[in-house]
Design a protein around this ligand. Structure first.
Ligand code: FE
Length: 203
């Protein structure tokens, strides 16, 4: 008796099937797909988002613009395009901590954060973070939000994506924007962490 072992999940199998058909019918080429994946893996990453956060920390006018129209403010710094047609920046402060998810799939602001991490796409994170964000931040990310800080969850979609602007760590008021970018992790812009403290930066 032979046992059939399917190494793909239902969605992976479906994706593979669609990909194969697109290749076979010449609608897209494997090289084009590889090029796009490599571009977002290697050339685009959270460094773009970090630059935007550091600019917002050091330039109040820019922060104001980012609050009102993040899509335009980011495009002004050269971050625009696919998966970023409309972006909203949500600012953390002592009263509110923001967290981003896509409950439906994995919508994410690629031009400023690169490709989403695996956990962001997992059913686990997507279903639990909306139900009890405070608990998920603590159990999955070791991140405790103070009791008197409200946690707000933002559900991304193909229409609108979000970037969290973390609070600037204390003691970095005199730092320039370039130095500040080192404090801005990918996770802090998804809202599952704070920005790094000066003593947490690896030189
Ligand atoms: Fe999505």
């Amino acid at each position: 008796m032979s046992e059939h072992v399917n190494k793909y999940t239902e969605y992976e199998a479906r994706t593979k099937a669609i990909e194969t058909l697109l290749f076979e019918r010449g609608i897209v080429t494997p090289t084009a797909v590889d090029r796009i994946v490599s571009y977002y893996e290697n050339d685009v990453g959270p460094m773009g988002g970090a630059k935007i956060v550091a600019k917002a920390w050091t330039d109040p006018d820019y922060a104001e613009w980012l609050k009102k129209d993040a899509t335009a403010a980011m495009a002004d710094m050269g971050y625009a395009g696919e998966q970023a047609h409309q972006i909203q920046a949500v600012f953390n402060d002592k009263d509110t901590h923001h967290v981003v998810v896509c409950t439906l799939c994995s919508c994410y602001p690629w031009p400023v954060l690169g490709l989403p991490p695996a956990w962001y796409k997992s059913m686990e994170y997507r279903s639990r973070v909306v139900a009890d964000p405070r608990a998920v931040l603590k159990s999955d990310f070791g991140f405790e939000v103070p009791d008197d800080t409200e946690v707000r969850v933002w559900d991304s979609s193909s229409e609108i994506r979000y970037i969290v602007i973390p609070e600037q760590p204390k003691g970095t008021e005199a730092w320039d924007a370039e130095a500040l970018t080192k404090l801005v992790s990918r996770d802090s812009m998804i809202g599952v962490a704070d920005a790094l403290k000066p003593n947490e930066v690896v030189a």
